[in-house]
Design a protein around this ligand. Structure first.
Ligand SMILES: [Zn+2]
Ligand SMILES: [Zn+2]
Length: 339
């Protein structure tokens, strides 16, 4: 894998690790030895150019449809999607992760808590006086980073969840805080050397069919393993809203990690697609806060074709196979089983 390989995703979390990009840049700079001052100026200009590609796409076009609120925070950006729904994004970090604050009449739910770099509790408290429960769409580090700040934490009872609830040390997450992963300085004294994912304690469990009653708004938990063993989505039946986590969003959907289970994802995307006719909106966990429910049908059909072996990758980068479908990509292991 080299830098000269273009990263072609229009919507992206990067398909390759920022660490790999950094090493490639270092190598380029080292090719032509220079004396100190020239080297310094080259490095300064390289740093400007070094900004990851996604920085130039912020804010993504989908955000223009919504009102951006002034929350006096230079890490999070908050958009009001509806009277009772806020999207809390972290656009300056390569994951471009989005957490959602859903407001009921008596309490609120924070669906995902971000990378744990900024102070998401402060942002949430500025948006609602209600008591806030947190629940993650799954336990990847970019969705549970702020869990430690909340007293009431819902989670499914899976081995993966319980393991990730122990937190992750700096070695596991440092690249998330590296220069190549960022468009602006980190908040709160977080650095590449001290960033970590803090442990959290589930205070109650959810499972398939669990109802979360916020007063006037009832959310149904649906387990959709595949991306991870503990992936879940939240359905607001009355309003036709589906919160899909990383199982669907507008961008390259990662079905690549060792914890990913492709046959399970096949069943889950089938369930998601079956809901599409009843939905008015989909809210995924990266890049942009709204997608057309019909996209779920396209993802199901695309995934089905890949697993049947009738759709070949558009690009293979190292061990990653990328299948591109315009509004989304599927990113899988090159040697994934077709079954
Ligand atoms: Zn994930
Ligand atoms: Zn994610």
């Amino acid at each position: 894998m080299t830098l000269s390989t273009p990263i072609t995703n229009t919507y992206q979390r990067l398909a390759v690790s920022p660490i790999i990009i950094m090493s490639a840049l270092t190598f380029t700079a080292a090719q032509a030895p220079l004396h100190a001052s020239a080297q310094a100026s080259i490095e300064a200009s390289a740093q400007a150019e070094e900004q990851p590609e996604f920085c130039g796409q912020i804010p993504r076009v989908g955000w223009a449809n919504y009102e951006k609120l002034d929350v006096s925070d230079d890490w999070f950006q908050v958009y009001q999607l509806h009277d009772d729904l806020y999207a809390i994004s972290e656009p300056y970090q390569w994951q471009e992760v989005i957490s959602y604050l859903i407001i009921g009449e008596s309490r609120a739910l924070l669906f995902d808590s971000g990378n744990g770099m900024g102070d998401i509790k402060r942002v949430v408290d500025a948006l609602t006086p209600l008591s806030v429960t947190v629940l993650a769409s799954h336990s990847h580090i970019d969705h549970v980073g702020g869990h430690y700040q909340f007293e009431t934490v819902l989670a499914p009872e899976t081995a993966f969840t319980n393991d990730r609830a122990k937190g992750r040390g700096n070695a596991f997450v440092a690249e998330e805080a590296s220069t190549a992963a960022l468009c602006r300085p980190l908040p709160n004294g977080v650095t590449e050397d001290n960033h970590r994912t803090r442990a959290f304690t589930p205070t109650a469990r959810v499972e398939e069919g669990s109802k979360i009653d916020l007063g006037g708004t009832v959310l149904t938990v649906m387990m959709i393993p595949g991306h991870t063993p503990d992936s879940l989505m939240l359905l607001d039946t009355a309003k036709g809203r589906l919160f899909t986590g990383d199982s669907y969003y507008k961008g390259p959907i990662w079905l690549y990690a060792s914890e990913t289970d492709l046959p399970a994802y096949a069943r889950s995307i089938g369930r998601m697609a079956d809901l599409a006719p009843t939905l008015t909106s989909i809210h995924g966990a990266h890049n942009e806060p709204y997608s057309d429910p019909a996209e779920l049908l396209k993802v199901r059909n695309a995934f089905t074709a890949i697993m049947a072996g009738t759709r070949k990758p558009d690009e293979v980068l190292g061990t990653q196979a990328i299948y591109q479908f315009g509004t989304f990509d599927l990113l899988m292991q090159k040697d994934h089983d077709h079954k």
